[in-house]
Design a protein around this ligand. Structure first.
Ligand SMILES: NC(=O)c1ccc[n+]([C@@H]2O[C@H](COP(=O)([O-])OP(=O)(O)OC[C@H]3O[C@@H](n4cnc5c(N)ncnc54)[C@H](O)[C@@H]3O)[C@@H](O)[C@H]2O)c1
Length: 261
């Protein structure tokens, strides 16, 4: 049975979208949750809802900018002071920007790498010492199905390839310390990120075998499993949660064009 009873989990970008769904499910599974985000109003409101639903002390919002090492040190110290342990980290915070290689200014490249790749790296550096000391933990990095192939929004795609590399490096480094590190690669998910680009949402949905975008809970349920002891021998994995998108979107189009499907 999958349970997070007694665990403490920190979720970055936890104030809205997939991170908020993960926070809701983590709390529902019996854990206490630290919601780290730039969005204070949304984060405080969500923590209030979870405390009302599951009991005072279940959830706590703390300001976090994943680009800042100092910000990471503050949130981890605060979580340890408040709860005495840290069992899980979900590196979920991320930003998306369009741009081909010729259209991407180096500053945009740096912005994407800073949040999506370096932010996850800093997160692992910040939580690992406490997890090692307590004898283990679980880290889930949110990548993207676009990092399982090439992608035209180059800085976004490459930043998510970096998340894959980071996941495997961390899995190797920390396995002997009982820390598991896995990557979840969502396909198109209905969140504010995608609402900003409806043409993209519809185009990806059209080549997704499941025939619909994910809802945030579709992703959160897999994240919860990876955080749980049910995933005790699973580390270093790339797990697409994409309605079949990475199974062959091109083949699906060919099958449709030739009348096979
Ligand atoms: N929505 C999709 O279709 C989709 C697909 C694949 C992967 N993803 C990835 O899933 C993750 C969650 O995205 P979402 O869809 O929920 O988008 P979202 O924009 O709704 O949520 C992202 C969250 O990250 C936070 N954030 C951004 N920069 C931050 C920073 N510097 N420090 C702290 N928090 C920061 C935002 O404030 C926001 O709450 C991201 O890593 C994203 O790249 C999304």
């Amino acid at each position: 049975m999958v349970t997070l009873d007694g665990k403490v989990v920190l979720i970055t970008g936890g104030a809205r979208g997939q991170g908020a769904a993960e926070a809701e499910l983590v709390a529902a599974m019996g854990a206490r949750v630290v919601i780290g985000d730039l969005l204070e109003a949304e984060g405080v409101e969500l923590a209030g809802v979870l405390n009302a639903r599951h009991g005072t002390g279940t959830a706590h919002f703390a300001g976090l900018d994943v680009r800042s090492e100092e910000s990471w040190q503050r949130i981890v110290a605060d979580a340890l002071a408040r709860y005495g342990r840290l069992d899980g980290l979900v590196n979920n915070a991320g930003i998306a920007r369009p741009g081909t290689i010729l259209d991407t200014a180096p500053s945009l490249w740096d912005e994407l790498m800073d949040v999506n790749a370096r932010g996850s790296f800093l997160g692992i550096r910040a939580v690992a010492p406490a997890m090692i000391e307590q004898g283990g933990g679980a880290i889930v990095n949110i990548g993207s199905a676009v990092a399982l192939a090439g992608y035209h929004a180059v800085a976004y795609g490459v930043s998510k390839w970096a998340v894959r590399g980071l996941t495997k490096a961390a899995a190797l480094e920390f396995a002997a310390s009982g820390i598991r590190v896995n990557a979840v690669h969502p396909g198109v998910v209905d969140t504010p990120m995608v609402a900003a680009n409806p043409r993209q949402r519809d185009a990806v949905t059209a080549v997704t075998p499941a025939g619909r975008p994910a809802v945030p809970a579709d992703i959160a349920q897999v994240v919860i499993f990876l955080l749980s002891d049910g995933a005790s021998y699973l580390t270093g994995a790339d797990i697409p949660v994409d309605g079949g998108f990475s199974s062959g979107a091109a083949a699906l189009q060919i099958a449709r064009a030739t009348g096979v499907l």
